[in-house]
Design a binder for this molecule. Structure first.
Ligand code: GDP
Length: 367
């Protein structure tokens, strides 16, 4: 006889097996840090292009735990001599412009055409609140993810000690040491991270849509100014003529900006990540940019400028971390803030007091 539960409407039916909502390759990518391993274990793994170890090393670099910091620095330091050889391409555009679809088509095309290895680092702004990587949970770039020559890594943008840019820069070093010759850094074109990404790539590509208007796309003038090329995506079907019109408008708009130091005139293209139209041309254009700027010296000059900024950024970050982690500052800061709120001292005086205390504590430490 059937039990009451089995007859009841509350009985859970077995159901049909569903495909995993999460790309299995993302899941298998190890996201844990192997703390017990020495730096050499990471470096050997990276140099042998062991994706799982590369993935773990990136997790280590992204970690906000002070305990991981030293190990991460050792790994980066050891990878540095093997880095710098890739072409770094920043790809940006508002959500929905088709970045992941484009990267899938563009990346597959590059791998097929050049036989080179491609790493895609995606900065995921949605993780700001969740501290997890939401992009990685979607089945994005499925074809590329399964391509043995591609390594795709969505990175959380928040919760790291050194800031996103620093972490992405370090991840680039690790990917290059693993032999990736082309690195994409994908970011969402809403403002903050673009300037930083621009400061770590050789070529900056802005994806736009036809007929949406700059304001609607949330693209700031400054971002357009940084672009080495603008590609109007979704140039397919009925949208094709509109895309061409938009391309001409953007070409005109770009003419109004002062000529860039690279000597390169920013280009405008149309493309369709769906049909593949215009995709080969974008790669040819980037290829031309690389040869041109390598020839005129701008490529190396820009990299050196970027290194200078990295150094300055590091100083700033370390000073700031040192300041806010200082024992005396930690205990004094709430008090000073309270005084400012009560209007007992000015903000300038408050800052002066804290800085004086900090530098004095450093002097005492030295004696
Ligand atoms: P992202 O948010 O910028 O990464 O954009 P997605 O790649 O997720 O694409 C957003 C939507 O646009 C999806 O529904 C895509 O299928 C669609 N899409 C992307 N590229 C194209 C394209 O070239 N043509 C058309 N018609 N649709 C596209």
């Amino acid at each position: 006889m059937k039990s009451n539960l089995e007859k009841s409407a509350l009985k859970v039916m077995e159901g049909i097996e569903q495909p995993a909502p999460i790309n299995p390759r993302f899941v298998s990518g190890k996201r844990t840090v192997a703390v017990n391993q020495p730096a050499s274990w990471y470096v050997d793994g990276i140099r042998n292009d062991d994706r799982s170890i590369l993935s773990r090393a990136i997790t280590l670099v992204e970690s906000s735990l002070p305990a991981h910091y030293q190990l991460a620095q050792e790994v980066i330091e050891a990878c540095l001599p093997f880095s710098g050889q890739s072409v770094r391409i920043g790809i940006t555009g508002v959500p929905g412009v088709g970045k992941s679809t484009f990267i899938e088509a563009f990346g597959s095309r590059i791998i097929q055409k050049t036989g080179k290895k491609l790493a895609v680092l995606a900065i995921d702004p949605s993780s700001q609140r969740t501290k997890g990587s939401i992009l990685g949970d979607k089945t994005r770039m499925e074809k590329l993810t399964n391509n043995p020559n591609a390594f795709i890594r969505p990175s959380p943008s928040a919760g790291s000690l050194g800031g996103v840019a620093q972490k992405t820069r370090e991840s680039i070093i690790l990917c290059e040491a693993a032999g990736y010759e082309i690195v994409f850094v994908e970011t969402v074109g809403v403002g903050q991270s673009e300037t930083e990404v621009h400061g770590m790539v050789d070529f900056f590509l802005l994806l736009m849509l036809a007929g949406a208007g700059d304001e609607l796309q949330g693209i700031k003038r400054g971002i357009m100014e940084m672009a080495d090329a603008i590609a109007i995506n979704k140039a397919d079907g009925d949208n094709k003529p509109k895309a061409e019109l938009a391309r001409r408008e953007y070409a005109n708009a770009l003419h109004l900006f002062p000529p860039p130091d690279s000597g390169w005139i920013p280009q405008t293209n149309t493309c369709s990540a769906y049909t593949g139209d215009g995709i080969p041309e974008i790669w040819n254009m980037i290829d031309a940019y690389i040869s041109e700027t390598k020839q005129n010296g701008y490529f190396d000059q820009k990299r050196r400028e970027q290194s200078k900024l990295v150094m300055l950024g590091n100083i700033e970050r370390n000073l700031k971390n040192g300041f806010f982690q200082n024992y005396q500052i930690k205990s004094m800061l709430p008090m000073v803030q309270e005084k400012i709120l009560k209007n007992e001292i000015s903000a300038y005086k408050g800052a002066e007091l804290l800085l004086e205390t900090y530098f004095k504590s450093k002097d005492i430490g030295k004696r």
